[in-house]
Design a protein around this ligand. Sequence first.
Ligand SMILES: [Zn+2]
Length: 402
Amino acid sequence: MADRLYYQDSYLRAFSARVVERGEADGHPFVTLDRTAFYPGGGGQPPDTGKLAGIPVLEAQEDGRGEVLHFLADASQSLVPGMELTGEIDWPRRFDHMQQHTGQHILSAAFIQAASAETVAFHLGTDYTTIDLNRTGLTTAQVDAAEALANAVIAENRSVIARFVSDDEIGRLPLRRPPKADGPIRVVQVAGFDWSGCGGTHVGSTAAVGLIKIVKVERRGAETRITFLCGGRALADYGRKHRLTLALMERFSAGESDVIPAIERLDADALTLRKMLREAEQARAQAEASALWTQAPQQNSIRLVQAVYRDRSTEAVKSLSLALQAQTRCIALLAWVGADGRVQLTFVSAPGTGADMGTLLRSAVTPLGGRGGGRPEWAQGGLPDASQVETALNAARAALGF
Ligand SMILES: [Zn+2]
């Protein structure tokens, strides 16, 4: 079994070892070593990547025997059992994981003190780290208090020590969570603050976590998910958000605290303008409908308006349809043709004309392969081909006796 060097020294980046075994799992080549600094993943922390004798290690993984498999990027036969080599872990990735993982221990302990909330799950992702707390209904003040306490513990630069402890001693430690594993238990201790059974890699003192920032709190059933960033990730997030703030300040020519009021003013202006535009459109539609009605042919006191619109919005045609429907004994057969050739027909009738627009529209478009229908006063439909618009409208017109 490989000697796990990261248990003793989580800051070990390079090490020498001897190849014990070469094999394949699911078609991927791997080697095992007599000693390794590669963390094989587990307890919420992702596995290490790095290099063995210059060959990229895609990830380390623990197998059923408890052996650490180092999966290699290429199947080269250069690593043979008995060979001495130098291993090197991807340090920026590992140190990031150490910052997030120690930060998680501190934050989980802080949530117990600030909100009596226990951590039931931990996930260290590529972009974010999350813990799930065993309760809901946390107030903003409680979340803020937990974050403040965690950052105070970081600022106090307390030592973080990971060591295996005897069964005897374990009973005397105030463990945050009871140990899951049998046999010798590894305890990670944040001096005077938290004791936790854990096999992961941690920074040497709390100051190395740098900073903890909670970025999201969301309810998930009976639990609360806390998303947070530690160390380098928190700093990068601050940088992104600072650039965003500067861009907003420049965009609105406003100071930091004036950006939101500036957006609110813009919102209010847009609302007023939309209302004015709608009123102007209605007034225009009414004037146009009145003019169309005056010029429209008349039979049996019914006036028939027929028109095709290609350069208007569907909303404008709808406003016009409504305005025509309000004209005395008016029937309107309107078509809208979009720039992409899409066709929409709208037939409307004022009350009391006795004509049924639903039936009229269906009988006009069905022979042309179109579809549509509606109520006696309002019907809509479409045609497969824009060149059939006049044919459909003329058929409907003829059916009305015009
Ligand atoms: Zn842990």
